[in-house]
Design a protein around this ligand. Sequence first.
Ligand code: NAG
Ligand code: NAG
Length: 583
Amino acid sequence: MTTTTATRMLWRGLCIIVPLLFVSVNCQPLDKSAGDGNLKNKGIAENIVSAETNYKGKWELFSPNSGVSAMHLILLPKTNNSLMFDSTIFKTSRLKFPDPHCQNVVIPNGPVEEHCFAHSVLMDFETAKVKPLKFKYDTWCSSGALDVKGRLVSTGGSDKGSDTVRILDKCDDCQWKEYPGTLGNGRWYSTQVTLGDGRFMVFGGRDFPTYEFVPSEGHRNSKNQVIDFKFLRETRDRVENNLYPFVNLHTDGNLFIFANNRSVLLNPKTNLIVHEFPVLPNGARSYPASGCSCMLPITLHPDEKRPVIPAEILVCGGAAHDAFTLTDLNRPKVFPPVTKDCGLIDISEMQKANWKILQMPSPRILGDAMVLPTGDVLLVNGAKSGSAGWDDARDPNMVPVLYNVASYNFKELNPSTIPRMYHSTSAVLPDGKILIAGSNTNDGYLDVALFPTETRVEKFSPHYFDPALDPFRTEILYEKAKRLNYGKPFKVRVRGGDQNLDMKKLQVNIYNPPFTTHGISMNQRMIRLGIYEVKKDGAEKDVSVISLQAPLNGNIAPPGYYMLFVVYNGVPCRRAMWVNVNK
Ligand SMILES: *[C@@H]1O[C@H](CO)[C@@H](O)[C@H](O)[C@H]1NC(C)=O
Ligand SMILES: *[C@@H]1O[C@H](CO)[C@@H](O)[C@H](O)[C@H]1NC(C)=O
């Protein structure tokens, strides 16, 4: 029986069974293409059976005040902490350090300045408790990623922060450690990417069409450790449109780099461009045109033999090349409508690879493309006209859109009531909800403005929180944080889901918490693991044991912390388990 036949049969089965559970199912085969005969989702979404629902999601106000507006957002592993920070330029925020503490901040053209308001906080994403953290060097429009130990390594920023590397460990009372003068070039609006061996590179930034490796803690880069990058020189428009390039590690160890409307594969060992992909037409996608992008889940089979594992990139929204000219440089400002399409490309096809153009239900810039625990994508936050920049966008797009990777369909979910414009962020939580924070389109903390500085934090519960799907929600039986060794088999025990877990409805996905800012979620990566078998636990009748294989190597899953989600029939488990992937 072919895969397609099996999938169809399963769907037919589901179409009979699921309505009995009062769940509405979209009864179409999964290989249905979006009106384009060439659309065939190979390798990425094969064999996934999930009960679709008409549940449109739910918003909740999680915190009335995060203190600091979350221009940058990341989860720290193993704790329940989300880290939010913006910039020292505002001098203020909505959270004061407890008396008599203040922080010394290095300012442009001057020595230090005392700021008694915090610019960074840890927010417990379960209790909403907030803790202010101090730093000295400006983090404005910086980059970051988790290292193999689960510490945040933050790079760049503005002014004297631009060549700074900072480290925040994941313990509850850890403080920022700052290393100014570490980078060879200033990195303002740059992108940090993790390689298969766990090292970081930073790409671009204002005025620097270059890249460099991030030196290990305590070391510094000299100017000659900076590598000139013609591609970033070439993709710069008069108003840039190539900052915060979208950079993803391909499964073969090369880096996929997208800037403005062009993309290449770069070999980080030889510094050679291995391939250039076709141009993605219809405007610019990178800052300040600020579309959003993600790599789709990488699907593995047990004992993988394929020489290159397929990897697909989605790039959505953006703006016309001259949008920033019209909004930021023009008086009066003009706010042109933004881009409504997405480009999807399988980068493993190399010479044959080309963009498939998909239409979103609405145009979007300044949004986030978050990979959900199910492997589908949530497009959320942002606006429908203008560009990135202070007061440069209008028409908030408050409707989150679910992109189904198997069917190529987009679906609008329930809208929020809070505009999330420039400098807004999102994060996928271990319970499958999405943390939504930030939005500050003002040069300061403004209470009264067209779009006031936002410090309210919301949680969005996507479609799979449909109460009717509750019977499919499994519970991972925790062990102490698990270590996965490349290529090695391991087991996960789960309770619930069904009496007998059907392998065809089962996915086990690991997800690297990304560093999100300005519509880019750096190092966001989901790997759908190869499953050997599912067995009943002999002793407990509602417990199943899933046998899996850890990813084969670091190019598929760079070493470090991931959330492991068991997804059954399209419904994520109650809470992900942290795993550490390594040699
Ligand atoms: C995180 O939150 C969960 C759910 O409330 C709780 O069970 C767990 O103990 C918390 N973990 C830590 C490290 O605080
Ligand atoms: C790509 O962007 C450049 C500007 O950087 C523009 O001149 C060119 O026309 C664009 N190409 C397409 C196909 O849209």
